[in-house]
Unconditional design. Structure first.
Length: 52
């Protein structure tokens, strides 16, 4: 079995959810992005409320 066949065999035998599961680093980045987005949204709402 050459390297290409071996790689394809390993990928084909990998559980599908393993391919779709984010790594811990990816999860942390997503959480950080979400917190930053929430803060920006809160600031925008406060600005809009101050204009009223």
């Amino acid at each position: 079995m050459d390297k290409k066949d071996l790689r394809n065999h390993q990928i084909n035998n990998m559980p599908l959810d393993a391919l779709n599961t984010p790594s811990k680093d990816q999860e942390q980045m997503q959480e950080s992005d979400q917190r930053l987005s929430n803060r920006n949204e809160d600031r925008l709402i406060k600005r809009q409320n101050n204009k009223l």
